[in-house]
Design a protein around this ligand. Structure first.
Ligand code: KG4
Ligand code: ZN
Length: 340
């Protein structure tokens, strides 16, 4: 079976074709960084317009790379949520139109389930149940993944997501968007002076939720107080901020694993491409005999392949499939509310 995956939940347009025999046969992403870089964050209206401009050329490109024709596609999977409503509508409308004209089924996909399943796409040794830490630009969640479509959210961010906080501080440090990678690069230039930034919400040892806005305000005050024109100080801030975030994520994940007692841990989403984070997670969890799995770097951030793969698994499971031309998007769709 071949499935076309269409991802337009936020700023990146991701298109891929997944073959359940061969794996990913084409995967292309148009990144809108240059557009949003000017504003230090995503401008929703500009994101929708860029999706509209790029989506069809990208689909053509993916078919060219895969060397197949549209009549070889068995199903279309698109991101129905969560995400920005304008961006979601572009992918949903196009998916419904193509599915209708090609006479093939259309499967909606939850974007967070796409991130969660990505390591399984590449590593067939991973199976349910497992615990997942999803860290992206818009979400920070710890999930108890019981089975396909059966997910419990153990903890989530009460305010800013990890990626969002990294992006905001990067903007204030004049590093540009997206900020996670840039903060990380700057942190490496530090002479290992840790400013001991606070680790938010770690005191109550039952709490699995996150709150990064207090830490963000703390860092903003430091930026105002210190001379960030001094490159060394700027690098110290980046290092200490990245450290506070990673340490907090580790503490909460340790707590979650005590509850789930799972032996497999998936860390996925854009922020999981952070090398310092991978190194520290591996060090802490592998010592405890917990296996850690990450997507390969190019599949950490938003992409069409994860949507095609999640769409294929759900389509195969969904016995009551009904063709429905209604344009269905769910900007606040929780992974725990998936029902097919
Ligand atoms: O998963 P993703 O592409 O988008 C959402 O679904 O939200 O994640 C984007 C986020 C951005 O906030 C970006 O700063 C962050 O991932 N990111 C990183 C790194 N690369 C991307 N954060 C830390 N270290 C990185 N190397
Ligand atoms: Zn994402």
């Amino acid at each position: 079976m071949k499935i076309l995956g269409i991802e337009t939940s936020c700023d990146d347009t991701g298109i891929a074709i997944y073959d359940d025999f061969k794996g990913i046969i084409a995967n292309k992403t148009y990144k809108q960084n240059k557009i949003h870089n000017l504003y230090g964050g995503i401008v929703p209206e500009l994101a929708s317009r860029a999706h509209m401009k790029n989506i069809l050329p990208l689909i053509k490109e993916v078919f060219r790379i895969a060397k197949i024709s549209y009549y070889e596609i068995d199903c279309i999977a698109y991101t129905a949520g969560p995400g920005l409503i304008g961006s979601l509508l572009i992918g949903a409308t196009l998916s419904k139109s193509l599915g209708f004209s090609w006479g093939i089924p259309i499967q909606e996909v939850n974007h967070m389930e796409g991130h969660l399943l990505t390591p399984m796409l590449e590593n067939k040794n991973i199976s349910f149940p497992f615990t997942a830490l999803l860290i992206s630009g818009k979400h920070t969640q710890i999930i108890k993944a019981i089975d396909l479509g059966n997910y419990e959210i153990l903890g989530s961010s009460l305010d800013d997501a990890v990626g969002e906080s990294l992006d905001k501080i990067a903007k204030l440090l004049g590093l540009g968007y997206p900020g996670g990678k840039k903060i990380s690069e700057l942190a490496k230039k530090n002479n290992y002076k840790n400013m001991n930034f606070p680790k938010p919400m770690v005191k109550n040892n039952k709490n699995l939720n996150f709150s990064f806005s207090g830490l963000k305000t703390f860092v903003i005050n430091k930026i105002k107080e210190l001379n960030i024109n001094d490159y060394k100080i700027k690098a110290n801030i980046a290092y200490s901020f990245e450290k506070a975030i990673i340490d907090t994520l580790i503490i909460k994940t340790q707590r979650a694993l005590k509850i789930t007692k799972h032996k497999n841990l998936i860390i996925s989403g854009g922020v999981s491409s952070n090398n310092k984070l991978r190194y520290k997670f591996n060090k802490v969890f592998n010592k405890k005999k917990i296996n850690t799995f990450y997507p390969s770097y190019d599949l950490c951030t938003d992409n069409g392949a994860m949507i095609a793969y999640a769409g294929m698994l759900n389509f195969k499971k969904n016995k009551n499939f009904k063709f429905d031309l209604k344009i269905n998007v769910k900007p606040k769709w929780l992974i725990s509310d998936i029902k097919y």
